[in-house]
Design a protein around this ligand. Structure first.
Ligand code: ADP
Ligand code: MG
Length: 231
């Protein structure tokens, strides 16, 4: 059994409706979708050691089967520059989460590398009752949330279709570079779209996939947050 199959089986058996970020990113990596480096930790000392291994600055995030939108409850701290800030953030996040949901089960604290700011894109998948899984693409921030500048294709998507998707959003010119922003690695986005399409085709237990945001660089791309909702 593959690592991904084991993760899905275990989550479904436990009656969970979504994967933890650690699980979702492990699945992503197995499918060739690059993510930020991460380590799951249980206490402040472990978090500091993980941060030292990963390299500062780091990001801390709550990992809980009861929390889907982490930053809504103060469950994310970015740009932590040293071990003192890691310790402080560990305590603060734990406090924030307990305040919002005293009963939330906590699986641990995720320490991850801080992905440098860049052009952000979103790759997603939703299941249409008639056509099955469909892939979604858009640029991050206001482009998706305010302008609804997104495009869809029924999965599986080929490389050519992935290029078409990227080229047809209105914000596409931004990926070609502007002012101080260098051109984004479009091939890297294509690869993520094709691999994410393969993932949802091979795992029909996925109801929704949300890679949001993905930082795209001059060379390569990195998934910063991955959400997988189960049927
Ligand atoms: P959620 O969507 O559950 O609230 P995210 O993991 O998306 O939580 O984190 C919230 C925001 O924090 C992201 O949209 C991103 O702007 C920033 N962020 C999170 N993780 C990283 C990271 N590893 N590197 C850089 N920025 C990050
Ligand atoms: Mg997110």
């Amino acid at each position: 059994m593959t690592k991904s199959s084991a993760i899905f089986t275990e989550a479904l058996k436990a009656g969970r409706k979504s994967l933890l970020e650690t699980e979702a990113k492990t699945v992503c990596i197995e499918y060739g979708i690059p993510t930020t480096k991460f380590e799951l930790t249980k206490n402040e000392d472990e978090a500091v050691k993980a941060a030292e291994r990963i390299g500062f600055p780091v990001v801390l995030k709550i990992v809980s089967p009861d929390i889907v939108h982490k930053s809504d409850m103060g469950g994310v701290a970015v740009n932590l520059q040293n071990s003192k800030s890691v310790r402080e953030a560990f305590g603060q996040i734990t406090k924030n989460v307990k305040k919002h949901n005293a009963k939330a089960k906590i699986a641990g604290m995720l320490v991850q590398e801080m992905a440098p700011a860049s052009t952000e894109v979103i790759v997603g998948a939703v299941k249409d009752p008639q056509f099955g899984p469909a892939m979604m693409f858009g640029l991050g921030g206001i482009f998706v949330e305010v302008l609804k500048d997104v495009t869809f294709r029924v999965a599986p998507v080929t490389k050519d279709e992935a290029y078409e998707m990227i080229a047809e959003v209105k914000a596409y010119p931004l990926l070609k570079g502007y002012r101080n922003t260098p051109p984004a690695d479009i091939d890297a986005i294509v690869e993520i779209l094709v691999n994410a399409s393969r993932l949802v085709m091979e795992h029909q237990e996925i109801k929704e996939l949300d890679l949001n945001p993905i930082m795209v660089y001059k060379k390569g791309a990195k998934t910063v947050d991955a959400r997988i909702i189960l049927e």
